[in-house]
Design a protein around this ligand. Sequence first.
Ligand code: DGL
Length: 263
Amino acid sequence: MNSTQQPIGIFDSGIGGTSIWKEIHRLLPNENTIYLSDSKNAPYGQKSTQEIIDLSIKNTEFLIDKGVKIIVVACNTATTNAIQQLRAKYDIPFIGIEPAIKPASLKTKTGTVGILATKGTLNSTLFEKTTSNLSDEITIIEQVGEGLVELIENGKMYSDEMTSLLKKYINPMLEKKCDYIVLGCTHYPYLLPQIQEITGNSIEIIDSGEAVARQVKNILLQQNLLNNSSNQSLNTFFINKDKSVLEAILKDYKNSKIDYLDF
Ligand code: DGL
């Protein structure tokens, strides 16, 4: 296999990063991909920085062994806590994902932006650096989405528990007049319809998925790694827990193959 046909490697603490995979696949349908869902260790958001770094290294080495040409860290928590270490340790290009707090802060009219993310992301030095560069006139309402990743990973995306957690997290943002809510975890785009039920149409809800896909394309182009073949792409997903939740999320993608992995 020549290097342009090597797959794009993608990892997340679980199935949430498939929201990024879908954006990448939509923009670059001919690219082969390998996705690693480390669901057994989810959520990363409650772990120490060192644990997140160690798991990110383990995931990276798995993908490098599979011969990937680039790695997408499809996890805000792993990006904000570990991408610097990954870049220092490996030569392969890494693309990460960070909460879209900057675009939201440039567009807000009320001056108040809400962010829903994991504890690990909100407490990270990288996130702190991003927020400290924002204008003093912007107020950021930070909310840890505790429990949301676990419910999604356990197939309880649509449940009473989910509805009440989302109301508990989103309603205070509305009371504080947020007009933008940033979804700072790759699992949360799957909750968009339920969040919109709570916010109505007046609030913009944004995430970074599309921007990450565009960035992947740019880097592949720059490095002459873009796959121009017209063959149908191969998309392989590895998961180290029950694969039924992942199967449900990928049911419309007939050219995807899901394997259980003892990892
Ligand atoms: N999808 C991960 C993220 O973007 C979830 C983190 C977790 O496992 O807590 O942050």
